[in-house]
Design a protein around this ligand. Sequence first.
Ligand code: KIV
Ligand code: NA
Length: 264
Amino acid sequence: MVTAARIRSLKGKRKISMLTAYDYLTARILEAASIDIILVGDSMGTTVLGYPTTIPVSMDIMVPHVAAVKRGAPHTMVVADMPFLSYGLSEEEAIRNAGRFLKEGNADAIKLEGGREIVPLIEKMVSLGIPVMGHIGLRPQQVLKVGYQIAGKNDKEIEELSEDAKILENAGIFSLVLEDTTEEAARLITDMLSIPTIGIGAGRYTDGQVLVITDMLGYNPEINYKHNKTYVNLYNTIFNAAVQYKEEVEKGLFPAEENVFHQK
Ligand code: KIV
Ligand code: NA
């Protein structure tokens, strides 16, 4: 078991690596690669399910995937992302939903988007023993209201963002995702906090980095975010395999003798 305390203790020692995963096999690979944290992100809505945003994602969609990821990565910290409106309606419902991630999904922690407005909820969760990861900066669950914008572009925005970060730390979160903030904002917040910051599009000075796995694997050729690095071109790999398979089926080259069962 990897505890939130263990992740917390990495700050200042070495950088933390986090990737998203949504399925058993991918989680197994990430555990074999010693990735520190696997996030079952609500980004699953856009990456796996093909929705235009993360808004349609529900607890019932998330829970089986959290469980699958944990089966693939039993020794890695698995963080489950609370989807839109799974928290915020009432404290009771939010805690019950977080509990589903820990009990049915076997997650090690949960993540919530939000600033000072969700502090009472975070305090309650932490007091009950639920490790909470925060998430500020660009918040995809706010897309209908404000769209997608870089955060921390001027002094005033940086001040608000760093106030939120400090308030969330005081509420008891064990680490904080900073999404699409200026490098200056993320650096200031990272220096200010005693918990690790994990950046995506937040520059070089956060305590850790996170990427969406389908982005960094080049699974979707339409994606070329500035913050992303495409480490392999999985689209081409799968496309070429499918084309070759079709050709071999049509030409009668597959199956070959080695793939065939014979009578005794
Ligand atoms: O859903 C997700 O993948 C996330 C990360 C981008 C932090 O929240
Ligand atoms: Na998310």
